[in-house]
Design a protein around this ligand. Structure first.
Ligand code: SME
Length: 165
């Protein structure tokens, strides 16, 4: 049983170090993509402060399709190159957006969202999807989030059976 709530961390780095350990534990000896993405979205949603949506879009038939997530129902299909998610997918670069209302082409799914981070998921040079996290707080995400969420996605990429996708 995982105890997730009511833990105080002395720094964002300490928080993420612990999350990476939790994530390793959750995915231990499990390679099923849906199961692992579902658990990781729940882990992040219930531990990260000041977020309103966290989830995955999978790359399928040349577009991004909604995958496991936590939060309000969201738009299902996103074209590569469109919105923050599609931009991360197209560029292969993590997008840290301090104010989504100033991001040209941002796709509003939850009206509470003010800032967002999207990490591309790449396996052996091929796009598999993106991890998307939304916050109601402006400039919620910074370079520490970028670094650790990139590390988390690298762990997910190592751990899941992408060849089954
Ligand atoms: N805002 C995203 C769309 C996905 S939702 O935030 C869940 C975007 O612009 O790509």
């Amino acid at each position: 049983m995982f105890e997730l709530n009511n833990v105080e961390y002395e720094s964002k780095e300490a928080f993420y170090d612990n999350i990476l350990l939790f994530a390793k534990g959750l995915m231990h000896e499990e390679r099923d993509i849906i199961a692992n993405l579902a658990n990781i979205s729940a882990l992040l949603y219930h531990t990260m402060e000041e977020i309103n949506w966290v989830g995955f879009y999978r790359y399928n038939n040349k577009e991004l399709v909604l995958g496991p997530f936590q939060g309000k129902p969201a738009c299902i299909r996103i074209q590569v190159g469109k919105g923050v998610c599609g931009t991360a997918a197209y560029t292969g670069e993590t997008q840290v957006v301090p104010n989504v209302h100033e991001f040209s082409g941002h796709i509003p799914c939850d009206g509470d969202t003010n800032s967002e981070i999207v990490v591309p998921m790449v396996h052996q040079g091929q796009l598999m999807g993106v991890l998307d996290i939304d916050s109601p707080v402006l400039a919620r995400f910074d370079e520490v989030d970028r670094m650790y969420l990139n590390e988390l996605v690298a762990l997910i990429m190592d751990q899941c059976a992408w060849e089954d996708m």
